[in-house]
Design a protein around this ligand. Structure first.
Ligand SMILES: Cc1ncc(COP(=O)(O)O)c(C=O)c1O
Length: 483
């Protein structure tokens, strides 16, 4: 072969005589040490929680909507990594694209260039947006996309205050935390950016918060992840009009709802909204490589990069990296090819209807609500005297324990993974991959039916579990975590 004059990949000579790191061998030898490793080197408090609720499984394999533990037991994943695995886990089509990137030995993160794949992904994203959302900034996570929206909004308006909704959730870095509507996550982290919290659904309060014309941006999730709260139909359109009246930018956080989760490509489409900026991430990763994107009006974008000496004032080392861009392109392709956004709408409706059909049978079941495959299942105080007493006893200890009593047997007995939605309230959250089948839906609904049937047995194993959880909660209150 004639020499091209180009260096040969991998031929640098540095690896000669060295043994390669063999990940497969390490996995085969040490998988199972997960909890001990985390207890020692990562977050022992989280380990304690997982052990207490019996979630300390060792998952070894995953595909589509399923996980398998070390012993080969199959689990139905109704959580999809908080919405990351929208197209399913370990999709071979995305894995192939990752391999293609590696095989091509592309130049990556040169920084002082414009990379090809990031241009392609920006083009593809804009094609999926309404015409006014036409400028993209890439990030490595959801919270970074939110941070970008906050910074761009402040630069564009020259205002510094932020408005947000109670129970809103936008990530845990300091800017995102400043618009956090769940107090327990702000606690202990000191002063945050100046902001005003607006009670959910209260248009008068929003008007009052914005009327001094000193608020840069109003941040919201179309459907809140915490509690899976769906707004009244007129709330968001009217909130948008109030923002326009006072020159406050309308920022829709689509990190969880974006890319089909609610049965539309973006959730704002349900209400015909015209957000000035959106933040996205999670599903765009294809479940493989962290990636996020802020998509905004070009006029807002240019307020940040308005002079040549400011062309870099908001940036990050790994933003626009080839693997992130490639998985984004592959994910958009799969969503379109397989019509997965439409599938999220149809499977979501089937799932929600089937859960709600259990209501006459179980007095604790208030409702399943949401849109597409973003579903919250809320429970309520039972009417019969005996169950009411047991319910009250559980709630006196901790108002999140009942939902935990449902989630635990769903996993232990039926091998279905769900999650309590927030530390308070009687709600569980269900966010399955869009590839969920009719059989999976029937399996989940039967499992839920069986678990809720356990509620009617008092005394019975479900309420015993509740008592044990109360004991653990009380012990935890008196047992300070050592640091
Ligand atoms: C609506 C919303 N915004 C932002 C975030 C933060 O994303 P990340 O965890 O990637 O930082 C999340 C994460 O759950 C989210 O649901």
């Amino acid at each position: 072969m004639p020499s091209t004059g180009l260096p040969v990949a991998g031929g640098n000579g540095y690896t000669a005589g060295m043994s390669a790191f063999d990940l497969k061998q390490v996995v085969s030898a040490r998988l199972g040490e997960n909890y001990e490793l985390h207890e020692k080197y990562v977050n022992p408090t989280f380990v304690k929680v997982l052990r207490t609720i019996g979630f300390d499984k060792v998952y070894a394999k995953a595909a589509g909507q399923y996980l398998w533990d070390k012993d080969g037991n199959r689990y139905l994943d109704m959580l999809s990594g908080f919405g990351v695995f929208a197209i399913g886990r370990n999709r071979p089509e995305v894995a192939k694209v990752i391999r293609d990137v590696l095989d091509l030995d592309l130049a990556n993160m040169v920084q002082m260039d414009c990379s090809f794949l990031s241009g392609l992904l920006a083009e593809a994203l804009v094609k999926h947006c309404p015409p006014h959302l036409n400028a993209v900034f890439f990030t490595n996570s959801g919270t970074e996309a939110v941070e970008a929206c906050l910074k761009f909004a402040r630069a564009a308006t020259g205002r510094s205050k932020l408005a947000y909704l109670d129970h809103g959730w936008h990530g845990l870095s300091m800017g995102s935390l400043s618009i956090m509507g769940n107090e327990e996550f702000r606690e202990g982290f000191g002063d945050l950016l100046p902001g005003v919290q607006v009670p959910y659904g209260d248009l008068e309060a929003l008007d009052k918060a914005l009327c001094k014309r000193d608020v840069a941006v109003f941040a919201f999730e179309c459907i809140q992840g915490k509690g899976v709260r769906v707004p009244a139909d007129d709330f968001l359109p009217k909130a948008q009009a109030i923002c326009r009246k006072y020159g406050t930018l309308f920022f829709c956080d689509e990190v969880q709802t974006g890319y089909g989760r609610t049965g539309k490509f973006f959730a704002f489409e349900h209400w015909g909204l015209e957000p000035d900026l959106i933040s996205t991430s999670k599903a765009l990763s294809g479940g493989y490589v962290p990636v996020g994107a802020m998509i905004a009006r070009r006029a807002i974008y240019q307020k940040v990069y308005h002079r040549m000496d400011r062309c870099f004032v908001h940036s990050s080392s790994f933003g626009r990296n080839n693997l992130g861009m490639a998985v984004g392109l592959a994910t958009l392709h799969i969503l379109d090819e397989e019509k997965l956004v439409e599938r999220s709408a149809t499977q979501g409706k089937k799932l929600m209807d089937a859960i709600n059909a259990l209501k006459p049978k179980h007095e604790v079941l208030l409702e399943a609500r949401g849109k597409g495959l973003m579903i919250g299942i809320e429970f309520q105080e039972p009417k019969s005297l005996k169950l009411k007493m047991a319910w009250k006893m559980i709630h006196a200890a901790n108002d999140g324990l009942f939902a935990q009593m449902v989630v635990m047997p769903l996993l232990q007995k039926h091998r279905v993974l769900t999650q309590v939605s927030g530390n308070h309230g009687d709600i569980i959250r269900v966010l399955p991959p869009f590839v969920i089948t009719d059989e999976d839906i029937a399996y989940f609904v039967n499992a839920l039916d069986d678990v809720l049937s356990g509620c009617h047995k008092l005394p019975g194993p479900m309420w015993d579990l509740g008592k044990n959880l109360v004991g653990a909660a009380l012990r935890n209150k008196t047992e300070p975590v050592s640091v």
